[in-house]
Design a protein around this ligand. Structure first.
Ligand SMILES: Nc1ncnc2c1ncn2[C@@H]1O[C@H](COP(=O)(O)OP(=O)(O)OP(=O)(O)O)[C@@H](O)[C@H]1O
Length: 268
């Protein structure tokens, strides 16, 4: 569904020589697959996602969607960011309807589609509220409903739940999995969290420094729904932490382990 073919990405800073963030990345995301991209801060996770979204273009190589080169953003690739960027002057329902109207839906078809996705995300009692009256978790739910309502083939998600408290995050992870299981969309999901990657992913792509952009790929073969305290789940987390700990010269890592005597941070 998404293919990165020998993709390299350079950035330029004030006339200095270019900095290579991704080097010769080859990655296939299969249709219906849930792929998490995990790695230290600054290793290029968002860059990878932005390339798939068509927000930027590779310095070298090609990014393909459904066999065709990505030439820019498109409704078949829905993007969810860390901060829900809703229109503050529109109600919840109107926020979801906005993109549908831009894509040509009108009248009751538009309203029915929007309501359907608000229901799916547990927002049916909040359709007439404005974003300022919603909690962070609810705002993020609206942002997801808004993207899902466009029925994209691929969801590109950049740390969508990282700003939320642990309970809300886990609830939204379950809601996302419920929607994903029902429709089996392809998901490319950037996270710092080992726990999140182990819970969500079919496959975890661990990214490293540019010369080793795709450091390791790990299939997560645990059955769903996953038990966060089960032995197999804990083992998967431990395996992922081991891979992260083996990364050469991390900038910052979030490997979910106590940071005693090291510079490693934990958010879990
Ligand atoms: N438009 C840009 N121009 C110049 N440098 C950039 C640009 N976008 C990203 N970078 C640099 O590229 C590197 C990778 O950034 P990117 O945001 O892809 O990493 P990341 O792994 O997503 O980081 P984080 O986990 O902190 O969000 C960083 O050093 C960043 O400063």
């Amino acid at each position: 569904m998404i293919r990165f073919e020998h993709v390299s990405q350079d950035y330029f800073h004030n006339g200095a020589s270019p900095v290579t963030v991704l080097a010769d990345v080859n990655l296939d995301v299969r249709e219906g697959e849930f792929v998490c991209v995990l790695g230290p801060s600054g290793c290029g996770k968002t860059t990878l996602l932005n390339l798939a979204a068509g927000f930027i273009f590779p310095s070298r190589g090609r990014v393909l969607f459904d066999g065709r080169a990505v030439a820019g953003p498109g409704p078949e690739r829905g993007v969810v960011f860390q901060d829900a960027t809703l229109f503050p002057w529109l109600s919840v329902a109107k926020n979801v309807e906005f993109g549908l109207a831009l894509n040509g839906l009108r009248g009751r078809f538009l309203r029915r589609r929007a309501r359907g996705y608000l229901d799916r995300l547990g927002l049916n009692g909040h359709a007439d509220k404005y974003p300022h009256a919603l909690s962070g978790g609810m705002r993020q739910r609206v942002a997801i409903a808004r993207v899902l309502a466009l029925e994209p083939k691929v969801l590109l998600m950049d740390e969508p739940f990282s700003a939320l408290d642990a309970n809300t995050r886990e609830r939204l992870q379950d809601e996302l999995l419920r929607v994903w299981t029902a429709r089996r969309r392809t998901v490319l999901y950037v996270t710092h969290s080992v726990e999140e990657a182990a819970y969500l992913a079919d496959r975890v792509v661990v990214m490293g420094p540019a010369e080793n952009s795709l450091f390791r790929q790990i299939e997560v073969i645990l059955p769903r729904p996953r038990n966060r305290s089960g032995a197999a789940f804990l083992k998967t987390k431990a395996a992922l932490r081991e891979v992260l700990a083996a990364l050469p010269c991390c900038i910052q890592t979030d490997i979910g382990a106590p940071a005693t005597g090291s510079t490693k941070r934990s958010r879990e």
